[in-house]
Write a protein that binds this ligand. Structure first.
Ligand code: HXC
Length: 257
């Protein structure tokens, strides 16, 4: 399969997917979302592959959903396109999935990393949900998965006040598995993925399912509520103002409607 905004490679028994929009800090547009899920499903169905790694580049894993693609969307546009619905398919991937994160993992980028089973972070990794800056909230599980991963107090600060979590904090909070020098973060993720790929495939699959079972009780309800609120905010003047201000490189003027 050929892709336009991601690249795929095979390393031994691991399928590697790179998001490849470096000029936008790997902002996730609808094509990235679609191609990423297609590539994951293709690797999941390939018996030569035992695990997958998703990465960006050293500067950014992904700086969030593509604001330029969303700025003029209405709530109805968002609901009908339901691009985030595509990402539900990530939850059905059976093989282990590792995010190799360096630099920015923001908004939808952090939500993508948290959708993976494990995260290997470089020392430069920075995690956050800055949607509040542009008049919206996380829409792909951020409010739910972050709260479960780091607890309510930190999640509130991240979601409501754009607190960024450093790599070292992310390790301390239990958001990531390990923090390693930037030179080796991808190699370490591939090594871990190859270890997993060499293990008993059925036990790996059921172990993943069961850990997710523990983690995801009630997650589906929370994610559905979050997505409705996220789409709803596209009927507000503040969403238009917040996103325009980002694109025009100025501070937003909030109206509260
Ligand atoms: C579109 C983006 C982008 C984004 C960065 N760029 N993030 N374009 N969508 N999310 C673009 C910039 O416009 C700029 O393009 C180029 O990438 C480099 O970014 P700079 O801002 O110049 O870099 P820097 O000063 O280093 O700042 C880095 C940054 C900042 C702090 C990460 O770019 C930033 O705040 N980005 C937005 C982060 C954000 O709000 N993410 C959440 C999005 S909403 P030009 O053309 O000017 O060079 C979201 C909802 C998820 O994710 C919903 C579910 C999927």
């Amino acid at each position: 399969m050929s892709y336009t905004v991601i690249q795929t490679e095979v390393h031994d028994r691991v399928g590697l997917i790179r998001i490849n929009r470096p000029k936008t800090l790997n902002a996730i547009n609808s094509t990235v979302m679609r191609e990423l899920v297609q590539a994951l499903e293709a690797f999941d169905a390939d018996s030569a592959i035992g695990a997958m790694v998703i990465t960006g580049d050293e500067r950014a894993f992904a700086a969030g959903a593509d604001i330029k693609e969303m700025v003029d969307a209405s709530a109805v546009d968002m609901l009908l396109a339901d691009n985030i619905g595509t990402w539900d398919r990530i939850r059905n991937i059976k093989k282990p999935l590792i995010a190799a994160v360096s630099g920015w993992a923001l908004g939808g980028g952090n939500e993508l990393a948290m959708s993976c089973d494990m995260i290997i972070a470089s020392e430069t990794a920075k995690f956050g949900q800055p949607e509040i800056n542009i008049g919206i909230i996380p829409g792909a599980g951020g409010t739910q998965r972050l709260t479960k991963a780091v607890g309510k107090a930190i999640a509130m600060e991240v979601v409501l006040n754009n607190r960024t979590i450093s790599a070292e904090e992310a390790y301390r909070f239990g958001l990531v598995n390990r923090v390693v020098p930037v030179e080796v973060y991808l190699d370490q993720a591939l090594e871990l993925a190859n270890e997993l790929a060499a293990r008993a495939p059925l036990a790996i699959r059921m172990g993943k399912e069961m850990v997710n079972h523990a983690f995801e009780s009630f997650l589906a309800d929370g994610i559905a509520d979050e997505r409705r609120s996220f789409y709803y905010l596209f009927s507000s003047e503040d969403q238009k103002e917040g996103m325009k201000a980002f694109i025009e490189k100025r501070d937003p003027e909030w109206k509260g409607r």
